[in-house]
Ligand binder design. Structure first.
Ligand SMILES: Cc1cc2nc3c(=O)[nH]c(=O)nc-3n(C[C@H](O)[C@H](O)[C@H](O)COP(=O)(O)O)c2cc1C
Length: 263
């Protein structure tokens, strides 16, 4: 392994979400580098179906953070990006070419789905670019199909906000967070459900590691007894999920990202 590749792997292995940022500003050239590195990510058929909005204006930034329910330290991040799946720009070029493309007729669902992959790969590249510039970052998922974000940033049909990416110099040095063991995630040849033993060991590992950090107290203001199992149950509870679906599905439809919707 070359020293370059080992440095790169170390960078990947040390990445963790940063939720407390110093007030040190991020240079505009670094912001541009982060997005340029984002653009180097693979993109389906090189269609480049993504856009990033750097929310620079303080009034707009306030509105976006507010719409996403961001309170506290994440909101101090000097740079806020909105990562979007974007089938519109592709449609614009095709219109310019006078082409009667599928999206005009509500077809091309795989293009819409792949635009979400495109934008996600871009976002991941951006986090690692930030990391290599000694910056930290965290995503904020409540931007997903958030109608207030769409209205505030005047996102047109064909552009679906997926997540915020908040970036800045870290004002904390948290540990890396626990994961499933490789053996549960890497299936060789055939898929295998986790055994009871694997699940039990996994849950204990998550609890032990997150407790060491005091993760849920620090970031969520939870009781010390709050565990990872409580967290996954809360995140997948039926009642709020039903309400959330009822809120976001009409917005996804409005953006044109449901099957059959013309863009
Ligand atoms: C799509 C997405 C949305 C996320 N949304 C939030 C969020 O709203 N607030 C937050 O504090 N962290 C958010 N995160 C960060 C995750 O909580 C974090 O990646 C996970 O707990 C693992 O921790 P790590 O990144 O430190 O390894 C999000 C991550 C992703 C990929």
């Amino acid at each position: 392994m070359t020293s370059n590749s080992s440095r790169l792997l170390k960078l990947f292995l040390r990445r963790r979400s940063i939720r407390r940022f110093s007030s040190k500003p991020v240079k505009e050239t670094d912001v541009q580098t982060i997005v340029e590195i984002g653009q180097r990510a693979p993109t389906a058929c090189n269609l480049q179906t993504y856009s990033v909005v750097w929310v620079r204006d303080s009034r707009l930034r306030e509105k976006v953070l507010d719409a996403c329910g961001v309170t506290g330290s994440i909101g101090n991040a000097p740079v806020v990006f909105v990562i979007c799946a974007d089938a519109r720009r592709l449609g614009e070029v095709l219109d310019y070419l006078g082409d009667d493309h599928c999206m005009k007729h509500g077809y091309g669902y795989s293009i819409k789905l792949m635009s979400i992959m495109d934008a996600s790969f871009m976002a991941e590249n951006m986090t690692m670019a930030a990391e290599s510039l000694d910056l930290g970052s965290v995503f904020v998922g409540s931007a997903l199909a958030n109608d207030e974000v769409i209205k505030t940033l005047k996102l047109p049909k064909g552009v679906l906000p997926l997540t915020l990416l908040c970036v800045g110099y870290p004002d904390e040095q948290p540990p890396t967070r626990p994961r499933w063991p490789l053996s549960s995630v890497l299936h060789v040849d055939y898929y295998q459900d986790p055994s009871e033993h694997e699940m039990k060991t996994f849950l204990k590992h998550m609890d032990d590691e997150l407790k060491k950090e005091g993760y849920y107290q620090k970031y969520g203001g939870r009781e010390p007894t709050y565990r990872y199992s409580d967290h996954i149950k809360r995140k997948t509870a039926l009642k709020p999920a039903k309400k959330n679906d009822a809120e976001i599905i009409p917005v996804v439809k409005k953006t044109g990202f449901l099957p059959g919707e013309a863009i």
